[in-house]
Design a protein around this ligand. Structure first.
Ligand SMILES: CC(C)(COP(=O)(O)OP(=O)(O)OC[C@H]1O[C@@H](n2cnc3c(N)ncnc32)[C@H](O)[C@@H]1OP(=O)(O)O)[C@@H](O)C(=O)NCCC(=O)NCCS
Length: 154
């Protein structure tokens, strides 16, 4: 059997407008396409909206983005390519985004997650997020959204 060397760990990158196409593809594959290309371009060019990705070669495996509102980091999106899940990529990316938020003055982070999104809830719970409220029927499907918060730690 030929010797196969292990793949190197994915590289952390700052997402910029040049990544808009890759983000759109990953959005479609992982989230069913929540933003258009124009929305991705706007998201990636805004200074107050930090975005991070994990890349292997030219392939974007995972992405996370947030919005800095005074001392709060609002996490707007986290997505890992379907074939790359349960490898710790989502956790690594969110931890990096939370540290980036902390460096830029955020003291707390918040997000919304579908009440039926087991993987999302599992990931956020593992990172210390706790539910503080519910938005009933928040999603187009009628699903409730849980509003979650965590204090950011140095
Ligand atoms: C949610 C999501 C980002 C998790 O990414 P991931 O890279 O697979 O997660 P990780 O491997 O870093 O998991 C970290 C921890 O989260 C929890 N977790 C992750 N996936 C889980 C699942 N399917 N069920 C239960 N817990 C889960 C576990 O505690 C896990 O730790 P462990 O593997 O040591 O048990 C990924 O499933 C995804 O992209 N889903 C579709 C998009 C989505 O729903 N995004 C979140 C809402 S915007």
């Amino acid at each position: 059997m030929p010797f196969l060397s292990p793949l190197p760990a994915p590289t952390l990158i700052q997402l910029t407008p040049k990544h808009a196409d890759a983000c759109l593809q990953l959005d479609r594959a992982a989230l069913g396409g929540i933003w258009s290309l124009a929305q991705w371009q706007r998201e990636l060019e805004e200074e107050a909206r930090p975005g991070l990705g994990l890349r292997q070669g030219q392939e974007l495996l995972a992405m996370a983005s947030g919005w800095l509102v005074v001392d709060e980091l609002h996490i707007t999106l986290v997505a890992v390519a379907p074939g790359q899940r349960r490898r710790g990529l989502g956790r690594r990316l969110l931890e990096e985004l939370m540290q980036a938020g902390l460096r830029r003055g955020a003291t707390r982070a918040t997000l919304e997650v579908g009440a039926g999104n087991g993987p999302g809830k599992g990931l956020y719970e593992a990172l210390g997020f706790r539910t503080a409220g519910i938005r009933h029927g928040y999603y187009r499907s009628g699903e409730d959204a849980l509003i979650q918060w965590v204090n950011l730690k140095r």
